[in-house]
Write a protein that binds this ligand. Sequence first.
Ligand SMILES: Nc1ncnc2c1ncn2[C@@H]1O[C@H](COP(=O)(O)OP(=O)(O)OP(=O)(O)O)[C@@H](O)[C@H]1O
Ligand SMILES: [Mg+2]
Length: 341
Amino acid sequence: MVYLENLINIVNTLFLKRGKMFDIVTVGSALVDVFVNTELGEIKKDGKKLIAYPVGSKISVKSIKFLIGGGGTNTAVSFSRLGFNTGYLGKIGNDKNGEEILDLLKKEGINFVGVRGGTTGYSVILDSKEHNRTVLTHKGASDELKYGELSLKKLKTKWFYFSSMLNDSLITQKNLIKLAAWSDVKIAFNPSMYQIKKDITSVKNILKKTDILILNKEEATLLVKKRHIEDLLECARLLGPKIVCITDGRRNTYAYNGFLMYTLKPHDIKIKERTGAGDAFASGFVAGFIKKDNLEFALQMGLANAESVVKYFGSKNKLLKWKEALKKIEKNPGKITKKEL
Ligand SMILES: Nc1ncnc2c1ncn2[C@@H]1O[C@H](COP(=O)(O)OP(=O)(O)OP(=O)(O)O)[C@@H](O)[C@H]1O
Ligand SMILES: [Mg+2]
């Protein structure tokens, strides 16, 4: 059985060595983000902040906007703007939304290497008066990507960037990771809270093969069940990744390579809308690391990209071009300290 699996992997590896070579292929969702601005204030209950809707009420919505989102396409646009030859792998709905997603990828110079089918999913983003939000997601086609549907010969790449996937798409992700490990393709991974909660065993298996892991602090806490940042970084790294990066909204961001822990202090900025902040940071961080092999530079690139996105509306607005990012880093770098762990 093992021999057969090895043989299949060798044959598949041959596929990965032919055709066009990408710098990076992002694997993840392609959705429509629906921004619903309710102007409702937040309430506090049991120490938690809630956006609450009275049962039976009709609530007038101040504005509603539709934009293309999803971790797979957000990060593909990010890498492409930063100058990477980028492919996007995911399942795009066989509908009008799917057509618009394809148009966007084309406009951004991204090669679509996935499949069409099913119905495009939605994220409904409910904004509070205080600009916090609750997100309701139905991933639709994005979670229906089957490994058998892929055209492996299109997937010749130096790096894979995996964002969160579930159901059929998670099985596909696991198979791609096996293939990547066989073919010496490097892996960056940014799982979601939901994915860690639903299938921590799969996440841990993926981490054994991961080069760069990016998480927010809540996700890291759920993954390794520790509280202090040093423990979070060390325990997450023991699961396999060579580099671990932990973000925490407007609080400090950390990166760890097994020797040094880097702490980055974000600037105190006024944010407009924070959807896509995590994707912008993680993709900027990975792009910076791939280009310069330097964690301080990677942190600055993640920060410049994320801070640009949270100042504008929508998850891709305004992801930076490489030169724009360099200018921002030069003009106003984040403060970084380092210590041995
Ligand atoms: N309120 C904020 N003020 C300033 N910067 C922010 C804020 N929120 C996010 N950022 C920037 O975006 C980065 C990523 O944010 P965060 O830690 O919230 O990621 P995330 O929880 O993965 O987000 P997402 O929900 O988009 O997946 C932060 O490290 C920071 O640079
Ligand atoms: Mg995130």
